[in-house]
Write a protein that binds this ligand. Structure first.
Ligand code: FAD
Length: 601
């Protein structure tokens, strides 16, 4: 590239990083408040989709394939396809930028204890593409047994892995651009909207991780193939080393469809329901200071994500009666499950090792040059692409409950702020060290559940989020994490890591000094203080067959008790699929679109 292009990217990166340092994330949605009381009719559509995130983008793309059906998609944010947002290595800076909603949990008692005010982050993307604007880009489908369990819960074999596989393949365009990466090609699709590829060249840390796993006898697998147990290399939805958010992937190619309207900067405040026959008839939303009402002849589809979908149901009078009465919302349908079974995985990124491994540093100019060729450090969201999925001794459902992610890490004020960790704890862990290696530990099949509730009956208040991580009475969730710590210690003892003189950074945190160091009690204390939500948030409006057992939607994702209303997003996942859930969200949207198209040809 010529000097102008290099200079352009150099400035873009400097400006993007600087903007992120000073940006304050909002603490409520008051920026969407209308400036007067008037309500304008926005017109009538067949389908109205709320939210242009991962699932909303796929649903809009598939429903607008029916040329005779008018589709309106309402998204609170804007299009998020600027150059800076497409650079994978800039992802961390997006967490303090206008594409971030900035949700935080209420103060927690069993995890996130060393975070400021004991509040876990509830990071969510705002804009077309939703959370895929700022996520890790990891493409993982989930454990087949997990989906088979969904099928059982809903009495619908359509949700079994075998029956979902064609949908997974349909949306994928797999590129085996790292030919030595494990890939079971018959499980992958080509020609779909979602480009899937590997970071090139492979980060040397990834190879160290794979070698260490081989030494311990762990298999090397394609985690999107038939078996997930073992170590592997992340597959990413990126295109030529650039971030590909799900809106760019599924909607950019179909933007010229006359029957698809996308209205950005539109904040939905309510689903309008005809009380006589409990039927969703449209939505109310604000746009540039004015209030509008749009009508849906056929269906309203909630794809507002795991926190805002239950928030909107509650604001619309659908949810646990006692809670609605408490906050002053008129009850339309008493549905206990709404917001009542929030789940997230728990992750710890603070078990750090010093070593004499030094990452090769590449001058910025060369990084930009490589990026323009679709390669190199700027194409990496994560410092390594090595990952392993395992069953701990506590895994009783034959799913997968332990994920170990290889990483390099370094101490910085930005890193501390990104985690929102108290300085005292962060500095104690790092001591005099400034960089190291880590293997992040996640429990990806926890049993603990939390809630999403309304703070008030105002749509401009953020919802109250309570993750309740590692809060099960039997302490199974924390026991899995502790087993993860022990496995990480074992991995670090392998010759693959010992070649680099890898050694645990044994600096205790002040909060846990009353426990004998490195005993189980100390580690439990450490894990509760420094473990956080893993951003695999799900389950706030689960699918199932009986609303009395907490289900909010049926097998076709229709809300129990209300006609013409569906939830299609991460909220509906009834149990884990053991990992990163964008791929799963895409398949949920593909499958649900098929049901809708079957009904409304
Ligand atoms: C930091 C981070 C990293 C992650 N990394 C990965 C990863 O590497 N791989 C992976 O598979 N998963 C990852 N995830 C998880 C994944 O991104 C989410 O599970 C997925 O995006 C959920 O999709 P969704 O459609 O349910 O919601 P979203 O993608 O969040 O979409 C919801 C959309 O609705 C809009 N909206 C909300 N309320 C309203 C309203 N009232 N009116 C109008 N619009 C509204 C939002 O602005 C948003 O665009 C990560 C998540 C985070 C936070």
């Amino acid at each position: 590239a010529d000097d102008d292009v290099i200079e352009y990217f150099t400035n873009l990166i400097a400006e993007g990083q600087a903007a992120s340092q000073t940006y304050e994330v909002p603490t409520d949605a008051s920026m969407y408040k209308p400036t007067d009381d008037s309500v304008t009719d926005y017109g009538t559509y067949d389908f109205i989709i709320i939210g242009g995130g991962v699932t909303g983008s796929v649903v809009a793309s598939r429903l607008s394939e029916m040329e005779n059906r008018k589709v309106l998609l309402l998204e609170a944010g804007t299009f998020a396809d600027e150059e800076f947002l497409r650079i994978p290595s800039m992802t961390a800076f997006l967490s303090t930028s206008p594409v971030q909603w900035g949700f935080k949990s209420i103060p927690q008692k069993t995890a996130c204890l060393s975070l400021i005010n004991q509040r876990c982050s509830g990071s969510r993307g705002k804009g077309m593409g939703g959370t895929s604007i700022l996520n890790g880009g990891i493409y993982q489908r989930g454990v087949p047994k997990g989906f088979d369990y969904w099928a059982k819960l809903t009495n619908d074999p359509g949700w079994s892995y075998e029956n979902l596989l064609p949908f997974f393949k349909k949306s994928e365009d797999f590129h085996h651009n790292d030919p030595t990466a494990p890939a079971d090609l018959q499980y992958h699709g080509t020609g779909g909207y979602l480009n899937v590829e590997y970071v090139m060249p492979r980060n040397p840390i990834t190879d160290i991780f794979l070698e260490a796993n081989k030494e311990l006898g762990n298999p090397i697998v394609d985690y999107n193939g038939p078996s997930q147990i073992g170590a592997t290399i992340f597959q990413l939805y990126m295109k030529n080393g650039q971030r590909l958010n799900v809106s760019s992937a599924f909607l950019d190619p179909v933007m010229d469809r006359k029957n698809l309207e996308i209205l950005i900067e539109s904040y939905v405040t309510k689903v309008n329901i005809d009380k006589n026959d409990k039927r969703a008839v449209g939505v109310t939303f604000t746009h540039h200071g004015k209030t509008y009402r749009a009508n849906a002849d056929r269906e309203v589809i909630l794809s507002a994500g795991v926190f805002q979908t239950p928030q909107l149901l509650l604001l619309s009078g659908i949810g646990p009666k006692a809670h609605l009465e408490e906050v002053g919302v008129e009850v339309i349908e008493d549905l206990d499950g709404v917001g009542s079974s929030l789940q997230d995985d728990v992750i710890n990124q603070m078990v750090i090792f010093k070593s004499n491994y030094t990452a090769k540093s590449t001058p910025m100019e060369q990084q930009i040059q490589q990026y323009l060729d679709g390669r190199g450090p700027m194409t990496e969201v994560l410092s390594s692409q090595g990952v392993g999925f395992f069953q701990s001794q506590y895994e009783t459902d034959d799913l997968i409950d332990l994920e170990l992610i290889s990483a390099t890490t370094s101490a910085s004020e930005f890193g501390r702020k990104y985690m929102s960790m108290r300085a005292e704890t962060y500095n104690a862990i790092w001591g005099n060290a400034t960089s190291g290696m880590a293997i992040n530990i996640a429990n990806v099949n926890p049993v603990s559940k939390g809630t999403v509730r309304l703070k008030s009956n105002s749509p401009y208040d953020y919802p109250l989020i309570d993750f309740n991580l590692m809060n099960d009475p039997e302490d199974r969730d924390i026991a899995v994490m502790y087993e993860g710590v022990k496995r990480v210690m074992q991995l670090m003892k392998t010759s693959a890591y010992q070649k680099y003189g890898t050694e645990f950074l044994a600096n205790p945190i002040p909060e846990c000094l009353s426990h004998e160091l490195w005993t189980k009690d100390y580690w439990y204390c450490f894990l509760r203080h420094t473990s956080v939500s893993a951003y695999h948030t799900r389950g706030s409006c689960p699918m199932g067959s009986d609303p009395k057992n907490g289900a909010v939607v049926d097998n076709e994702l229709k809300v129990f008790g209300i006609k013409n209303l569906r939830v299609i997003d991460s909220s509906v996942m009834p149990v884990t699929m053991s990992g990163h859930n964008t791929g799963t969200c895409i398949v949920i949207a593909e499958k649900a679109s098929e049901y809708i198209k079957g009904h409304h040809k």
